[in-house]
Structures are given as structure tokens and as C-alpha cells.
Design a binder for this molecule. Sequence first.
Ligand code: UDP
Ligand code: LCN
Length: 797
Amino acid sequence: MAKSLYSFIDEADLPLFQKFIRELLDSEKNILLRNDIIRAFQTFLREDDEENSHSCWRFLRKVQEALVWEGRLIMVYRHRRANCRIFVLNGEDEALGHLEINDFLEIKEHLVRPDLGPLHRTMEINLASFYDYGPTLKDPQTIGKGIKHLNRYMSARLANQPEKWGQVLYEFLKLHQLHGVQLLLDGEVIRDTIELESALEDILDFLDRCDCDTRLELIKKKLQRFGFLDGWGNSRNRIQETLHLLQDTLEQPSEETQEELLARIPMVSKVTMISPHGWFGQDNVLGRPDTGGQVVYVLDQAKAMEKYLTADLALSGLEISPKILIVTRLIPENEGTTSDQRLERVRGTENVWILRVPFVDRAGCIVPHWISRFKIWPYLDQFAEDVEGEIKLELKGRPDLIIGNYSDGNLVATRLSSKMGVIQCNIAHALEKSKYLFSDLYWQDFEEDYHFSVQFMADLIAMNLANFIISSTSQEIIGTERSIGQYESYQFFTMPGLMHVSNGINLFHPRFNVISPGVNTDIYFPYKEKKRRRSWQKIKSLASVIFEQEDGDSFGSLDNPDLPPIFSIARLDRIKNLTGLVEAYGKSEKLRAQANLVIIASVIDPDRSKDNEEAAEISKMYELIDRYDLRGSLRWIGKMLDSEDAGEVYRIMADRRGVFVQPALFEAFGLTILEAMHSGLPVFATQFGGPLEIIENRESGILINPTIHEDMTGKISGFFEECSDDPGLWQGYSQKGITRAQTHFTWELHCRNLTRLTKVYGFWRYSISDKAKSRMAQYCHLLYHLFFQKRANKLLE
Ligand code: UDP
Ligand code: LCN
């Protein structure tokens, strides 16, 4: 329905608004982003316009982008997160025209590629019609809490059609096996829901009559006679509680009882985590191109999952040890890492393993060297085939859960999940689409180095096939009021000449859940916990490596080593913007007088880097150090510390009343921020991305805008200034950071939720019809073979 501008702009403000629209229509650019529009409006406003600009601001702040097209302005108006409308204005009429997404994409394509001509037709991808089953969320605020809505939906289904869905639940319990052993219900004794209900009454009656010291063996025998097998609990009380939950779920279902019941069913003991690219190992791998937080995340998650699942299975009364396989690629040219070993046990665990499977080329030969994550696409199809066999061998069967990591791992997880019939969870870590401005629109300019045409298709396939997706923050899915989310950016976009995606992901599907990671608290703990810290000699020698030692791995010699350190650690990717921090620091005389800058990143010799982006950043570091003459106030450590040392370094920085800075232009999550917070080192972190949700601004940390150098240095410098007047300020940030990290970001919390999701989505997956599942699968299968594989293989030509 056509809308009028009056719905958005106050009558008194309308002339000003129309005038501004006419000005935009005359602008030189024909594609304007939100920032361009905001800046243009700021410049356009005169002082006496202020009072008529309120509703204009309200409207313009929601415009994500605008196109100038044949004398009209086409605006993408994001009226709520995850929800856009496309309006057409001409600066004269009050009516707001409306444009369909497809038309919008076509116009956008035409603006970028006028050469394509009127006869050109670009492939359209629209996945909307495959989302016609199951619950749909309504309110964007609820996106990211999918499990709650799924439970609500499933319990309502059970309440409304108890016979049908009660039977489904009964069948699910009856078929339930773990490691080939039948658990929960004996289908020969309990043959349907009616028999189940009556058996429940009898057994609960019996359990009520048992006293506390009745032996478990006796109880189990009785249970078996009634048709209840192992898996209900490890004590009389636990078994009784679980069976009550089942009874409640059948008789008066509610989302809470149903979730609690499913959470108690022992469904997960073997987990496979897929993380193909990079150097995946326990030592000497971090800080290398492509190998950063994802490796830390997966290793810590795997260790914590083993612990959680061991306890979870024990609570169910089963004597089963979990087994976890982290699958990555085997790299024969190992460069001092263990990347050439097929199997490696993860330290500190009983049964967590890194399983490495090589990439093979078309001739069937093993690829010996590391390959950038942007170039591994042609190897993944065969990798998935080979991995399937290896997993079956190691696990003596199928896993109970497959977790994909990053675009490549998610795609491989999709392949494995469909071949093996196992539930699949995706973790993006970071979707490249949001990291590189115009990576879709000007994809051809990026193609040679980045191959986004292949990667974005892999993302589309994997995110639409995953049974559930976990994200570290909610803005990863639906962004903030100002910026669109990483997943949200897949809703609609065009890669001119290649594809129009008019509906690439349904954000209102309940598959999305926010579960944040934690850190290894044996390594990252508060600097104040002196007894847990390393020996005094070790701390001293580490401090010397960081602040003094001059060798081939470090650079700079501090003129005034007693100044507090501004510390940062990251891979030297452009997006991490360490060079931005160096430049901002170099420009601020004031900050240089207050603090030293200490950076741990990459290597200091550009010739030792194999990655173009990294080598360019290394050269830029030197150029900036020279330009601002920073040799006496900056230390740059270009070597890997082992993880225990890395933990101690954060604490050493805190001992010296330093701060941690994370200056990334965009950070999907940012584990280093958590590491600093757990250590009690006050944090300054980028306002673009995950850190927005990690810290509460000006409470447990301070957000900075790394694109405005003065913002970054002004806030840090102001902090040091205030600290000299009020030493309690540093302590306050330090303590609040610790508290926030310990209460919100722990692996225990993460694993509890992840296991719960696996069980609830496992039941959901079982209960939906094969027809609903397979239509999406078939479509994605075509995309995989006809588009993805074809383009991926071209990389080898
Ligand atoms: N890291 C490290 N040495 C380096 C660079 C990074 O140990 O030279 C570690 C860092 O402590 C953190 C991880 O690598 O645990 C980086 O994770 P984050 O999420 O901050 O960024 P990512 O590299 O994944 O983009
Ligand atoms: C990848 C990133 O870029 C970081 O922002 C995350 O913290 C890391 O993975 C772990 O998920």
C-alpha cells in the first residue's frame, strides 16, 4: 500500500526534508551509504533549520542506503532491525512509492554495471518459499532466542493435538539409542502413548514408595520391568524428577517442562567439530594468517564440552565417556607445528582429538602447503568425502552432533550432516561479507584475491541448511539500530552480473541462538590472584621479553619504561587496524607522554610473511614508526608466546596499570577483549561489532571509534589523566570488567546451552516431515553443484 511521507515526517519539517532529498538527487554519487547520508544532512543543515529537523533525523537515521536513479531517490528504510522497506521519492511528491526487492536489486546492478545491457538476466535466488513450515518469530527482539520459541511452538502443538504429537514424542523416546544401545523406553513393553501414560503412573507410584536408601540396582530392575530402560537418571530422585517431567509434558505441556525433559535425555556423547582452514594446533599456530580466535574458541569449546558432557551423561545414569573430534586439514609442510600429524590428543583431556585429513588435488595428490582461507574452496568437496570415512573410523559410527566453524567448516558440516543424517550446528566466527565494504556489489574487484562469489554461496547454502546456528552476540545476527547484522546482510543483496539474492536467509526462523564463548580461566584470571600466577622469576623474564629484550623478534626500545603500557595483541590483518592504533598514538603528543604502546602481532620481518595483506601491514607499521619517530615509545613483539605466557602478559600489563586496546575496524566478537577483562586489564574496544555487547560502555570498559583517531586517543588519554587524579578509577574498570566476564562469558554456560540446543533441535529435526526438510535441501543441493562447485573448481584452472 502506498504510504505518504506524512507517516514519517512532521508537516513542519517536510519542506526541509524535500529540499534535502532534491540535494541528494543532485549529488555526484549514485549509491549512498548510511554514513554518506548522515554526513550530507549534517552539512546541509543550517543553524535555523535545527528545529525543523527532528523528524528528518528520525527518518534518515533508519535509511541504510540510497540509490539515485532516473531523478528519483530509492531508499532502503530499515524500520526495525531485520526489516527493510524500499521507498521511492522524488523530492516533490508527498507520496512514498514502494519498490519490490527484485526491482531494487536490478536497479542497483544497473548502476554498477551499465554495460550489462537490457537483455542481460541475472540469476535470482529466493529461499522464502522453503520456510513454510514450523514457527516464525514476529518480533526482531526475540531473534537469537530461537530455542524458547521452538519449545513454545512444540509444546503448543502437543497441547492442541495431544494424540498426534504425544505419539511422536513416544516414538522418539522408543527409538532412542546411544552407541547402539537402546535407552529410555522398551517398545515391546510400552507399545503406545496410552501404555506409556499408565506405565508412568505405576512407576511413579513405585518410586514414591521407595525410600531414599533403596539401591539403584533394585530401582533399575523395577523400571525395566515396567518398560523403562537406562538413561532416566543416576539416582532415585533424578529418575523420579525426569519421569515427572515426561508425565507433565504429556498431560499439561509447557515450554519449560518440555525443554527440561529434552535437556535430560542423553543424546550427545560423540561430537565432531569441523574447522578446515588455517594451522589448527595447540602450539605455534596463533597469530598466523587465518589462525586466530577460531582455533582458541574451538579448542576451549571442545575441552569444556568434554567436561560438560561427562557430567551430563553421568547424571543420566550412563557410564559413557564422551569423545570429541576436531577435524581440520593435514598440512605436510608443517613449519614447526603439528599440522602434519593425523591424530593429536588435546592436552588436559581424556578423549578430545584433533583429526587431520589432507586436501587432495584433482590428480589425487596431497596438497603439501598452507592455503589461504580464501582459496581452499576447490578442495572441500573431496575433503568432506574423506572426512566422512575418517570420522566413522575414529568414532566407530556417526557423531551425535556436527559443528561447523566459519564458511568452509559450515559448508563441510552441511555435506557431512546430510550424508550421515546428523544434526548440524553452525558457528560463523566472522562472515567476511560485512568485513569488506562493497564485497558483494564490487565483487569482481575482489574476486582475484578473495573469491567472495564462492564464499557467499557457501554461506547461503550452509546457513539455510543448518539445524541451528549459534552466534556470539545478537548483533552478529540482526545488527544494531545503526548497522545491519552479519547474517542480516544476507537477506537481500546483489552481486552484479552474477546473482541477485532477494531472500537469502530468514532471520525470523528459530534456528538462531546467541551463546557467547568464554576463555580458558586456567590461563586468563585476575592479576590480583597472586598465588595462581607464575613464579616471580618467570614474570620478570617475561616482562624483560616484552619491554626490553632486543632481538630479531622484537622492535623498539622504551625511553621511559615506567610509563603504563597501552597493550594490544592481534593478527596483523588490515581489519584489525593495529596500524590505525599506531598512527593515532603517533599523532597524539599527549598520549605519548602518558603511556607506551606495546603490540604483540605477527612477525616483524615482512619477508617472513606469506600473506599479502599481512606483509603490507608489516611494512605500514615501519612506515608509521618512522613517520612519527616511535622507536622510543613503542615495543612490537613479533613472535608467538605460549598460551600460559600470553595469559601472564595481560596480568603484567595490569600490574603496571596499563590498558588494553582493541582497535579493529570491525570485530565479529573479539576474544582478546574477554582475555583482558578476565585478567582485570581495563579495556578500550571498537564500537563496531561484537564488543558492543561484551562491555557495558563506561562501566566494564570503554567503546571507541577507531576510524576517528582523536576519539580513540582522546578517550585513552582522558582515562590516564582521570586516573592520576583518582587512582580508584582504574580499579573500578578493572573489577567491573572481571565481574562482567566471569558472570556472562564462561565456557560452562556456553556448553550447558549448546548441549540443550542440540537436544531440543534434535527432537525438532526428528519431528518435522521429511518433505519439509528435503525441499530446501534439494534446492541447496542444486546451488552447490551447479554454482558453488563449478566456480570453486575454476580456482584451479
Ligand atoms: N593471539 C595470540 N597471538 C597473536 C595474536 C592473537 O595468542 O599474535 C590470540 C589471542 O590471544 C586470542 C586469539 O588469538 O586468543 C585471537 O582471537 P580474536 O577473537 O581476538 O581475533 P581473531 O584472530 O579470531 O580475529
Ligand atoms: C573470529 C573472529 O574474527 C573473532 O571476532 C572471534 O572472536 C573469533 O573468530 C572467535 O569466534
